[in-house]
Design a protein around this ligand. Structure first.
Ligand code: ADP
Length: 178
């Protein structure tokens, strides 16, 4: 049986899935890295939608997630979640990173989405060590989906070689388990 989790090397903005996840910052006003790429590809409607969310709900705290339209992206929607900034590992970073994945999956499910694509949240500008972040991401998602049928298909979209290698290894290990 094919795994519900797949690892893709590439650019998350091209993913033809129900919803892609943005590694946003708390302001929801765009930024660098994957956030900048998503806003560029989606066009100005995405920033307008983020402004509305911000007016209604205020900033998005680390570990939380909000949903908007997707503008010109092939996806139907964008979930914006905020990962933790790495500050040495003793500031609840692991828990907040897990929450970012879990709350994004929950929001996808609440919106009846079947497929979702994640970037490697917090592993760029926010400085989370990639191997540790990949383990948390993989286990948070695996744990969530074993107990729920939806979303059916989860993609980890790795932009850099290091993350791609780490995620591919985790997927292989999972496949080896009885
Ligand atoms: P954060 O602030 O959460 O660290 P970044 O955007 O700086 O977010 O980085 C998160 C991850 O997103 C990094 O591993 C980076 O390689 C990756 N990334 C950057 N651009 C893209 C993209 N277009 N598609 C998928 N992943 C991307």
């Amino acid at each position: 049986m094919q795994s519900r989790i797949q690892v893709i090397r590439g650019d998350i903005t091209t993913m033809q899935v129900d919803v892609i996840v943005n590694a946003a910052n708390s302001s929801l006003m765009g930024g660098g890295g994957v956030d900048g790429a998503i806003h560029r590809a989606a066009g100005p409607a995405l920033l307008e939608a983020c402004k509305v969310v911000r007016q209604q709900q205020g900033e998005c705290a680390p570990g939380h997630a909000v949903i908007t339209l997707a503008g010109n992206l092939p996806a139907k929607a964008v979930i914006h979640t905020v990962g933790p900034i790495w500050r040495g590992g003793e500031h609840n970073e692991a828990r907040l990173l897990e929450d970012a994945y879990r709350n994004s999956l929950q929001l996808a499910r609440d919106n009846d989405f079947h497929s979702i694509a994640f970037p490697a949240i917090s592993t760029g500008i926010y400085g989370y060590p990639k191997a540790a972040a990949a383990e948390i991401a993989f286990h948070a998602v695996s744990d969530y989906i074993t107990r729920r049928p939806q979303p059916e298909q989860i993609y980890f979209v790795c932009y850099d070689e290091e993350n791609a290698g780490l995620y591919e290894r985790l997927l292989t290990q999972q496949g080896d388990e009885p």
